[in-house]
Each structure stands twice: as structure tokens, then as C-alpha cells.
Ligand binder design. Structure first.
Ligand code: 4NP
Length: 148
């Protein structure tokens, strides 16, 4: 799960997808394309919205995406097109590029992008929580339950 800061959206995506899968079968992680908050916990607004839905993301720590991620993970799911372009630019080869997609691609929502809530109001976090939740449910049904 990849966003810009790895403190708002992708930590939520990591926590939500983790809550939907068997952790012995599926490894979920998150990272940012920017390096502004490395080592920090998620934004308190993300921690709080997740907590309202029974998910604890407070132990996560921010890191930046690295090339090895393309070897370790089967799918690289990105929150918006700006970060999609950044991740594609990092991909070392066509096989790595084929793993990258928008989390909300094909989710049937009005937008395929999860908007950046960082500079907005707290209700923006509820909004992105709902979007990410729908994306994660779709990912579980498509990529995890029926891997191809
Ligand atoms: P995120 O939100 O990409 O969802 O983690 C952001 C967090 C921090 C910044 C930008 C976006 N920032 O510029 O510090």
C-alpha cells in the first residue's frame, strides 16, 4: 500500500487489509514515496478513525518505498495517480511495473483516487477510510481469494 507520506492513507490501507486476510497467508505492508516522516507513527487522525472501526494502526512506522519491495510483494497498490507515476518510475523492469495499480481501480467508485486528507478536516479521514475499505474488500475478493 503506497501513498505520499505513509502517515495518512497507506497506513489505513495496511490496517484495513490486514484485518480482512489471514496474516499467516498474506503479508501486508505500506510505504510512502516521500521521505518526510520516516520512523514516525501514523497521523493521529488516521489512528483515531481506524480505532473507531476496531483497527489499531498505532504501532506502524513510516518508511519510504524501496526497490526491494518490487521483489518482496506481488501487488503494489497506490492511492492516487501522482504517486502511481512515482512508483512506476521506481520500478526496475516490466515485471515490477506489472505489479503496480491504483487501489481503487475497478472498484466502481466515482473516483479511482483516494484523495490526500493531510491538509483537510477530520471528516476527510472518515471519507478516505470508507474509500480504502471498499478498495480493500475488492482486493480481497479479486487478488487474494482468486489470485491469477
Ligand atoms: P499521505 O498524506 O500521503 O496519505 O500519508 C500525506 C502526509 C504528509 C504529507 C503529505 C501527504 N506531507 O507533505 O508531509
Amino acid at each position: 500500500m503506497v501513498c505520499l507520506g505513509n502517515i495518512c492513507r497507506s497506513p489505513l490501507a495496511e490496517g484495513i487489509l490486514n484485518s480482512l486476510v489471514n496474516p499467516e497467508e498474506v503479508e501486508v505492508d505500506s510505504a510512502g514515496t516521500g521521505g518526510y516522516h520516516i520512523g514516525n507513527p501514523p497521523d493521529i487522525r488516521s489512528i483515531e478513525v481506524a480505532r473507531r472501526y476496531g483497527i489499531d494502526i498505532s504501532a506502524q512506522r513510516c518508511r519510504k518505498i524501496r526497490r526491494e519491495d518490487f521483489d518482496v510483494f506481488d501487488h503494489i497498490l497506490v492511492m492516487d495517480r501522482s504517486n502511481l507515476a512515482s512508483v512506476i518510475a521506481l520500478a526496475p523492469n516490466a515485471s515490477a511495473r506489472s505489479k503496480i495499480r491504483l487501489l481503487l481501480e475497478g472498484a466502481g467508485l466515482d473516483s479511482e483516487e483516494v484523495p490526500d486528507p493531510y491538509y483537510g478536516e477530520a471528516d476527510g479521514f472518515e471519507h478516505v477510510y470508507q474509500m480504502i475499505s471498499k478498495g480493500c474488500l475488492m482486493i480481497r475478493e479479486t487478488l487474494i481469494t482468486n489470485p491469477s
